[in-house]
Every structure is written in C-alpha cells, then in structure tokens.
Design a protein around this ligand. Sequence first.
Ligand SMILES: C[S@@+](CC[C@H](N)C(=O)[O-])C[C@H]1O[C@@H](n2cnc3c(N)ncnc32)[C@H](O)[C@@H]1O
Length: 264
Amino acid sequence: MLELDKIHCGDNCDLLGQLPRECIDLVVTSPPYDDLRTYGGHSWDFFGVAWQLKRVLKPGGVIVWVVADATKDGSETGSSMEQALHFKRLGLNLHDTMVWQKTPLPMNHNRYEQVWEYMFVLCDGTPKVFNGKREACRNFGRGFPGGSTRQGGNDAREHNTQNAVKEDKLRGNVWVADTGYMRATKDAIAYEHPAIFPDSIAGDHIATWSNPGDLVLDPFSGSGTTAKAAKELGRRFLGLEINPEYCAIAERRIAQQVLELEAV
Ligand SMILES: C[S@@+](CC[C@H](N)C(=O)[O-])C[C@H]1O[C@@H](n2cnc3c(N)ncnc32)[C@H](O)[C@@H]1O
C-alpha cells in the first residue's frame, strides 16, 4: 500500500501494482497526449495503466480521463477515442463524453484553432456519487410554455413543467476553464510544468464524483493539480508521477497550501 496524501515518484504502472484492488473512489487525470510532449523522455504503458485503474477502482467509482489528439500527416490520431473504447472493453461504462473548452494560444494552421479537449467520464457500473454542479438559468422567472417530457431508453428526463423557469439548473457537459489566471497568483509555480490543467477542472470533477474523505488518485500527477484540489476539498489523495522535477513542484504546491491554511 502506498502512503496516502503524498506524491509518489516512479512509474505509474509499477506504483499502481502496489495498491489493493477496489480502493480508489475517483481518478482525475490527464496522460501525455500521443508524443506531443516527452516530459523528460519517460514512457508509459496505456494498456497496463488502464488495466490497473480498472482493478483499483471501487464499484461505482469514476475515472475522469482528460485527453486530446496530436495531428500527424494531416490527420488527428484518434488515440483519445481509442483509449475511451479500450476502457469500455475492460468493462467500464462511458458515462459521459465531456468537453473542456479553453482559450488556445494563437497559431497559424490550415484548420480552425483547437479549443477543446475530451474529458471522458468512465465508471465501474453507475456513479455512486453525483453532486451535480448547478448554474443560474438565464431566463429565470420567465414563463415557460407548457413544459415537456422527453423519454429515451432508461434515461427519461423530466423537463421543467412549471410555468416559470427555475432559478438554477444542472450545468452542461462543456466546461470552460483556462489556466491563465494562475500566472498572477502564488500558484505560478505550477507553470514550471509544461502542461497543467486548471484547478477548476480538477476541483469541479472532484466535487461532483466524490464526497469528503474519499480517496482521489492522479496517476499522471504532473504539477499536482488534482492532489492540491483534493486536499482543498477534504478528500484523501494519491499522486503518481515519474519525473522527479514535477514531483518537487507538486510537493511545493501542496505544502504551500498547508502554510496558507495555517496562516489563516
Ligand atoms: C499532461 S501531464 C499531467 C499534468 C497535470 N494534470 C497537471 O495539472 O500538472 C502528464 C504527466 O504524466 C507524467 N508521466 C509520463 N509517463 C509517466 C509514467 N510512466 N508514470 C508516471 N507519470 C508519467 C509526465 O511526466 C507528465 O507530468
């Protein structure tokens, strides 16, 4: 067993092998995308990691797999979708194909700017926790003509049958978030890693798919964004990362948060 609430430096497949089966409530992670970045020249074994994640996940546990494709010889590789389908073959449900929409750096292409990445939400069965994020309805208070009920398979959904639009509603599955704001905060050390995802992406998934005290894993921990958000939200965490420089960044981010809390 690995010590909890720590970043463990090493190959994730080896480290995952030290965990007992069905011990993890939630995985929030982002692997290297094809060969777009080398992160110091380390390799990883998708099939081994996928098998281990399925093994350590609790029934009803969730994996959020944030990923995008490289473009090679004029074609997107499609490896993101292949990975999602492989998780399905291992017996996980593809609960939702969500999108992280971001503001890219301006580039010159013969295609439109890539402004989003996949967030595959995979589940062993159906999610045991769903604390759905809500957002304000733009038409709050306005009349709603009649209301309707849409039915489809076992996913019947009641639309608002009241005459007035309610104050809030479940958020959609496209989430807009950027990392730019972090440059101006104490958390700028995260930028010493080349490919962070925003705190809000990690935090909102953790809040949605887990409860306080649950164990959250990131097997590609990088700068420790998931670990930091898990700690802030009162979850236990495990971060696995092969590059010692990134482990050090993650440890600094997590320690910094402790100092801030102690200072309050
Ligand atoms: C896309 S980055 C993750 C960034 C992270 N989400 C963050 O916000 O900082 C992928 C990470 O996987 C790490 N990695 C690559 N191969 C690995 C392996 N075999 N075991 C553990 N980590 C690995 C890389 O060093 C890199 O930091």
